[in-house]
Design a protein around this ligand. Structure first.
Ligand code: UN1
Length: 514
């Protein structure tokens, strides 16, 4: 089927049309008379459909409705909230293939990655359902007689979630589905580069909510990027803002939130490296490094951007990597044989080219790719040939995250040097070591090793499971989302002291003789 027909099919299967509303607050705002943005597929450079932008007035309606709904939603016992999320998970399961296809069309992922992202949402839904019966606090021994001291977690309010184009579905779910079982409702501002996926997901959730007559939980305000982002950052009615995106935008959002002493969860850029030791399974490492560097055409925050390679295996390993790169088919990501789809837009292609040029000026040598790719039948798409650049770790361009498939390679002699190079960038999201040497593995995963939030051994920097807490250190922003105890960030922690005696004994033996 050609891409035009696929677009048509998938839109109708998901209840979307050529013009869709980008504002949902229990009802969808009218599309008539509103400004709109187009969802342009990077596969062919053609519009798939349009979404109306949420105006200031729409935003107000969304946040007011969210405030009201929060009061109802937080009153529902958490396990019952979980059972509503379970139904949403089921509805996602039923729509997995269409949602995955729409996502691939909208952002250019391969179909397996598009569907994988919907699977990630389903996994988060399952996790959230279990969690809904496990939102536990503590009891702490009180020093005062007939006093009981407990720590409990209560819902925090309507929260704001701002997502990026590269994971337009799952990152929302890491926040939204977990926050929902915690008793929060969610105002979502999706990336202006992926608004259709957001509308489709909101529709899936809406169906379940209406069928179960639940209070509204998931709100949508697909407003103009910077403006709506800033409004949310400054909005006191949203006690928590979770932002995923670039470091500069993250700083702006964090400042806005901090200005009102709100809370933020930041998941910003990565500059992830893989250390490949001379004591590893080179075949496995080559697979891991190339998946990390090529998946989503290098547009993951977990993409492998730097390869720190032991000098003894340098030639051998590079031959393997180049061979994989040569064989990796670039093109229409809806075709099964394709491994590398397009970049999100023309601007991303320009940034890719600039980075290659900068690297050259700074002394780097491109030994593979680095050019634009023409794909016959898809001339309007944004295709590039993934690049491998021999570089030096202190080059300025290497210290920056370029959201494109560029792999910088350096040589190292001993692990200490590898770790030094590894930790020398401002970002701290994900990392990998490929080694079968216990001492090296332990060193890399110790406090003296990787300084990232995510540390992998013999597996790729990209492709984290949802069960772990996801996020990174340094300029990556310090937030944690999805698994482990990340749920605590979506709740207020309260220390509760209950005196059931007949007097008021004071702590620290303070006396107050009245
Ligand atoms: C992102 O790029 O923002 O670990 C998230 C991974 C995916 C998530 C990436 N599960 O690569």
């Amino acid at each position: 089927m050609d891409i035009k027909s696929q677009k048509k099919d998938v839109l109708s299967a998901l209840g979307l049309g050529k013009l869709n509303s980008g504002t949902y607050y229990g009802i969808w705002a009218e599309t008539h008379g509103r400004e709109s943005i187009a969802s342009i597929s990077p596969i062919d450079g053609e519009e798939t459909a349009e979404i109306t932008l949420a105006s200031d007035d729409d935003y107000e309606k969304v946040v007011s409705a969210a405030e009201e709904s929060f009061l109802k939603w937080r009153d529902i016992p958490a396990p019952k909230r979980g059972s509503i999320i379970r139904e949403i998970g089921e509805e996602l399961r039923r729509n997995k293939s269409n949602l995955g296809r729409l996502l691939s069309i909208e952002v250019g992922k391969t179909l397996t990655e598009g569907e994988g992202e919907i699977q990630e949402m389903i996994d988060v839904a399952d996790l959230a359902v279990g969690l809904s019966r496990q939102l536990y606090g503590l009891e702490i021994a009180s020093e005062r007689s007939r006093h009981r001291m407990i720590e409990q977690y209560v819902p925090i309010g309507p929260i704001g979630v701002i997502t990026s184009f590269n994971f337009p579905a799952s990152v929302w779910s890491w926040n939204a589905l977990i926050a929902a079982v915690c008793g929060d409702v969610v105002v979502w501002k999706p990336s202006s580069k992926a608004p259709l996926t957001a509308a489709a997901i909101t529709k899936v959730a809406e169906r379940v909510i209406k069928r179960l007559k639940s209070p509204e939980i998931f709100f949508l305000a697909a407003g103009e990027g910077k403006k709506t982002g800033n409004m949310m950052a400054k909005d006191r009615r949203l006690p928590l803002i979770s932002f995923t995106g670039s470091v500069p935008t993250g700083k702006r959002i964090a400042e806005g939130v901090a200005g009102r002493l709100g809370r933020s969860i930041l998941e910003l850029g990565g500059n992830n490296a893989a250390v490949v030791s001379d004591r590893c399974d080179l075949k496995l490492a080559a697979k891991g490094v190339s998946f990390g560097a090529l998946a989503t055409a290098g547009q993951r925050c977990t993409s492998t951007r730097r390869l720190i390679l032991h000098e003894k295996v340098y030639e051998q390993f590079m031959d393997r990597i180049k061979d994989i790169y040569r064989r990796a088919k670039i093109g229409n990501p809806l075709e099964n044989s394709v491994l590398v789809g397009p970049l999100i837009d023309k601007d991303a292609v320009a940034k890719f080219r600039n980075a290659i040029e900068e690297a050259r000026k700074q002394g780097g040598k491109t030994i593979f790719g680095g050019t634009e790719a023409e794909i016959s039948g898809f001339e309007g798409g944004n295709y590039v040939v993934p690049a491998i650049v021999e570089a030096s770790p202190d080059m300025d361009i290497v210290r920056k995250e370029t959201f494109a498939p560029i792999l910088y390679v350096f040589k190292y002699r001993n692990l200490e040097e590898a770790i030094r190079i590894h930790n020398s960038v401002p970002q701290g999201l994900s990392s990998s070591i490929f080694s079968n040497d216990l001492k090296e593995v332990e060193e890399f995963t110790s406090a003296r090793g990787s300084d990232c939030g995510i540390v992998n051994v013999n597996t790729a920097t990209a492709g984290a499971e949802i069960g772990g807490a996801f996020g990174g250190e340094k300029e990556t922003g310090g937030g944690r989302e999805s698994g482990s105890d990340a749920w605590k960030a979506y709740m207020k922690r309260q220390t509760v002291t209950i005196n059931y005696g007949n007097d008021i004994p004071l702590s620290q033996d303070v006396s107050f003789p009245v």
